[in-house]
Design a protein around this ligand. Structure first.
Ligand code: SAM
Length: 653
């Protein structure tokens, strides 16, 4: 927080003003002009911030890279999946570069952003290829610099009525709140959820940490709708003209804000003529309905449409992280990704944030194992809405995967780290295997790059997970049936012997083989008997398609603009697909035309058609439209975008 006192600030400003006056009095030359400019900058900084976050700004390697390179997208065709449904995208690479690309294709177009950034605990943040440890005294400012850059671009891609949600725990939650207040403004904070993520005692030293926070901001709170959920309708349902309503019986009270219905028979006496007219008009317009009650009286029920009624969220929700791990376990991926979020959490909040939209785009630029993708696909299947996802995550290779990599070349054979061994410790052990340490390891990586690359999160976990969902898969863990479940409390603890007998009798009666049953006490003190049924659940394929794009970089050099333009044209297809949410192979409304020849063929082939499907053409900067071709486009209302100018305006500078 700003720690400069007002008095001190005023003193500094006074000194600056004295120096300024002195310089202004002396002869003005180029040096004094420069000095005055510096002074203005210093004064601006001193006046600057009176409340907010103050932290040391850090530059990342990606900042340098983006100054000397242009990020482009390259499709990895063998990883794309054409499976009908909505067209979704998985972008592998640094999310800052991905966001800069999305700024070109999706400015103001994203409906929901969900992020689950590294919590900056125990080496979770990788900064310039190095894990930031708890002993790094700049770890908070590094994390904040990292987040600020990304959130600033994220704001630009959010739609006017869009919403951004960020999961975090108390390690960085409070700086993040202030940072998001600065970027999105405090007014736009829709609220903060406490998400209960664990049950039971744990090994905590001081407090058992049982919840995460989920910060929710609107791009513009005056345009955003509340997060909403299906209403738990308790009232009677009726159909009027094929529309389903439910009757809210306590809508019209005798005294506003207090319990006690106002009967229709008493309206005139208690609320007057004007109010009775309102009710009578409402009854005619299907706003109210009279519901007969005892003693010949009738209640004025409010008719609420079932299809558009909703409840708002309570700010405490419960979704156990263990469920996230279990979901990955059904795919055999649980050992390759730590801390996946539970699918149920993502489903609940994405459904809430898209409640009033039939079509929406959901972006997650810290996608990790891809929980957001699974949530979007499952939600679409359940309510037939058209949500599309864009996920971005880097292809970081975890220490355990690095170990697997070197073990496949005969090194560290037999070394099995236990669950508690940190990533740093494993990496240290790996690098120690090489005479030239980390450099030696990197040489081996270079030699077998494709294999190494296939072990990264994005390829090994995120893509595999989405593929499973799109193609259907058989669970890797046998189904478990719980046959006995008893909550152990202080009062019933004395009857533990009875519980044992109850369990034994279930085993006997059902002739259960003791080899397949398990008796356990869960974290939340439930005594359970379960059996592995032997059969593995089959998860049906869910419709949806995926394009897998990797971020690459084209170096900026002294080349002429047009030489560049040709190089960038090679990556236009991906941007057009991303911008329009399509696969150009099966789309008939959008086309890319790169040469004069292609342009004349296009016009020639379509001249005789009355209703053209094509709505938009991206055409190369070298193509010169003739007068008749331009007239043809106008006549058919075809939108024209010149490429690469359309995407790479920054080059013109
Ligand atoms: C906490 S995890 C997200 C987990 C995810 N919500 C899930 O349920 O699986 C954060 C992810 O962001 C990725 N990540 C971190 N920094 C990144 C960056 N600069 N660009 C892209 N991805 C990044 C990490 O590799 C990690 O997979």
């Amino acid at each position: 927080m700003a720690n400069i006192s007002k008095l001190h600030r005023d003193e500094l400003l006074d000194k600056i003003s004295q120096i300024r006056k002195f310089i202004e009095k002396t002869n003005r030359d180029e040096n004094s002009t420069n000095l005055l400019r510096y002074l203005n900058e210093i004064a601006k900084d001193v006046k600057g911030k009176k409340y907010g976050l103050v932290f040391e700004e850090h530059r990342e390697a990606i900042d340098e890279k983006l100054e000397s390179h242009i990020p482009v997208l390259v499709e990895e065709e063998k990883l794309s999946i054409d499976n009908g449904g909505e067209q979704n995208f998985l972008i592998e690479g640094d999310n800052l570069a991905a966001l800069k690309l999305l700024e070109k294709t999706h400015k103001g177009k994203i409906d929901v952003i969900y992020i689950d950034p590294p919590y900056n605990t125990e080496n979770s943040l990788t900064y310039n290829d190095t894990r930031v440890g708890l002993d790094d005294e700049y770890r908070h400012s590094k994390w904040l610099s990292f987040m600020r850059e990304r959130l600033e671009v994220a704001k630009k891609v959010l739609a006017k009525d869009g919403v951004i949600m960020a999961s975090i725990d108390d390690n960085e939650a409070y700086p993040l709140k202030v940072l998001m207040d600065e970027i999105f403004t405090e007014n736009n904070c829709m609220g903060v959820f406490a998400v209960i993520k664990a049950e039971g005692g744990g090994m905590a030293k001081y407090l058992v940490k049982g919840h995460d926070l989920l910060l929710v901001y609107a791009r513009d709170i005056t345009k955003a709708k509340p997060l909403a959920k299906d209403k738990d309708i308790r009232g009677k349902r009726i159909f009027i003209n094929d529309v389903e309503y439910w009757i809210q019986e306590d809508a019209i009270r005798e005294t506003f804000g207090q319990y006690g219905n106002l009967y229709y028979e008493d309206v005139l006496a208690k609320r007057g003529k004007e109010f009775k007219k309102q009710i009578d008009d409402g009854i005619k317009n299907n706003e109210y309905i009279l519901v007969p009650k005892e003693k010949g009286k009738t209640i004025i029920g409010k008719l609420r449409r079932v299809d558009s009624d909703y409840s708002k969220f309570y700010s405490v929700i419960k979704h156990l992280n263990a469920d996230g791990v279990n979901t990955l376990a059904t795919m055999g991926l649980e050992n390759y990704f730590d801390y996946p979020k539970p699918v149920s959490l993502l489903k609940e909040v994405i459904k809430g944030a898209t409640f009033f939209k039939n079509k929406s785009i959901i972006l997650d630029f810290f996608a990790g194992s891809g929980t957001t993708a699974q949530a979007v696909l499952e939600l679409n299947k359940e309510d037939s809405k058209k949500r599309k996802f864009i996920l971005c995550t880097n292809n970081e290779v975890s220490a355990r995967q690095k170990l697997k990599f070197i073990q496949s070349y005969g090194m560290l054979k037999g070394y099995v780290p236990n669950k508690q061994t940190t990533e740093n410790a494993i990496e240290k052990k790996i690098y120690a295997e090489f005479v030239d340490g980390k450099d030696g390891f990197e040489k081996l990586v270079k030699k077998h790059y494709d294999f190494y690359d296939s072990l990264g999160i994005c390829k090994f976990v995120t893509h595999q997970r989405i593929k499973n969902i799109l193609k259907g898969y058989k669970s890797k863990i046998p189904e478990e049936k719980i046959l006995y479940d008893k909550k152990i409390t202080k009062t019933n603890l004395g009857h533990a012997k009875d519980f044992n007998e109850e369990i034994e009798s279930i085993i006997e009666q059902n002739k259960i083989d003791r080899g397949v049953c398990q008796i356990k006490l869960t974290n939340d003190c439930r005594l359970q008997l379960s059996v592995k049924s032997g059969s593995n659940t089959l998860y049906q394929a869910i419709p949806g398609s995926l394009k897998y794009f990797r971020i690459d970089y084209v170096p900026i050099s002294e080349k002429l603009y047009y030489e560049y333009a040709d190089e960038l044209l090679l990556h236009i297809r991906e941007l057009v697909e991303l911008e329009n949410g399509i696969n150009l192979n099966n789309n008939t409304e959008i086309a890319i035309i790169l040469t004069d020849e292609e342009m004349s063929d296009f016009v020639e082939n379509n001249k005789k058609k009355k209703n053209l499907e094509i709505k938009k053409i991206y055409y190369g900067h070298n193509v010169l439209l003739s007068g008749s071709q331009a007239a043809f486009m106008k006549e058919h209302n075809i939108k024209l975008n010149v490429i690469p100018d359309y995407y790479y305006q920054e080059l013109e500078k």
